[in-house]
Design a protein around this ligand. Structure first.
Ligand SMILES: Nc1ncnc2c1ncn2[C@@H]1O[C@H](COP(=O)(O)OP(=O)(O)OP(=O)(O)O)[C@@H](O)[C@H]1O
Ligand SMILES: O=P(O)(O)OC[C@H]1O[C@H](OP(=O)(O)OP(=O)(O)O)[C@H](O)[C@@H]1O
Length: 231
């Protein structure tokens, strides 16, 4: 059986991902030229590498069109409901750290927790004749966190595909849900994270698509063990 591993072709995870495989004794090389989207692993003839973007990798893993991949936990959990049934998070790789957070304007002095935000959301329509608007590209994580975990139902999601932190200042939303790593973008936009507003501590993971064909396949276990040993 040929095992396909999807690795980031670009972006912030690319170099760290190939370094982990190098340390795991699985050195990756591109097939053809450096711009090729296929690779191989020296000494592992049954393994092929597909170079894709981090978001494509999460999609292919969830659909089971690749066997393994390196991508962010946030992208997997946002992309698929009941993701743990579709994939196994085999290892947290120690890079690509980012938190998915709820952030509100700093000037909302009396809003420090999700319970405070729930009160604001409940009052919002009476005060402003509309629902509290949340800018985000993380629809699923936002709905799970607000509705299922915190029982907050009165809000509206405004899809944001970039510059999410600017939405409250521009008036297109009241608050945001986005990723942060250093916090400097939130700070520059006068936003603060709620005390209990961290939805997910994300990092890059080695993820396996749960496939029947993996049962009893020694190379599958060997890949997981090699990567874990490199951490
Ligand atoms: N400061 C950060 N900003 C954005 N993403 C970050 C940051 N730190 C870590 N990440 C993680 O990096 C991953 C996204 O990586 P990247 O932005 O390189 O993807 P990409 O290749 O640009 O994907 P696409 O182009 O398809 O959006 C996510 O899992 C995210 O959590
Ligand atoms: O907490 P910080 O260190 O300031 O990082 C957070 C910022 O980085 C990301 O944007 P990026 O510019 O990387 O663009 P992207 O979301 O399109 O990858 C993210 O969307 C935030 O805006």
């Amino acid at each position: 059986m040929t095992i396909t591993i999807a690795l980031p072709s670009k972006g912030r995870m690319k170099d760290d991902a190939s370094a982990i495989f190098e340390r795991a004794g699985m050195p990756i090389s591109a097939v053809g030229n450096d711009r090729s989207y296929r690779g191989r692993v020296e000494g592992w003839d049954d393994v092929e590498v597909a170079f894709l973007s981090a978001s494509e990798i999460s999609r292919e893993l969830g659909n089971g069109t690749v066997d393994f991949g390196v991508t962010g936990e946030d992208l997997m959990r946002e992309g698929f409901a009941e993701v743990d049934k579709r994939v196994e998070f085999c290892a947290r790789l120690g890079f690509g750290h980012a938190d998915v957070v709820v952030a509100v304007p700093e000037i909302w002095l009396d809003v420090e927790t999700m319970a405070d935000l729930g009160d604001v959301a409940a009052d919002f329509r009476a005060r402003h004749s509309r629902r509290l608007a949340i800018a985000t590209k993380y629809w699923r994580l936002t709905q799970q966190f607000f509705s299922s975990q915190h029982g907050i139902q009165l809000y509206r999601i405004v899809e944001s595909l970039g510059a999410t932190e600017g939405a409250p200042a521009s008036g297109s939303a009241d608050i945001i849900v986005d990723i942060t790593s250093t916090g400097s973008t939130l700070h520059a936009n006068h936003l603060k994270v709620l005390q209990d507003g961290v939805i997910l501590h994300s990092q890059a993971c080695l993820v396996r698509a749960r496939k029947e064909s993996h049962a009893g396949e020694p190379a599958v276990q060997a890949i997981i063990e090699a990567v874990r040993a490199a951490l």
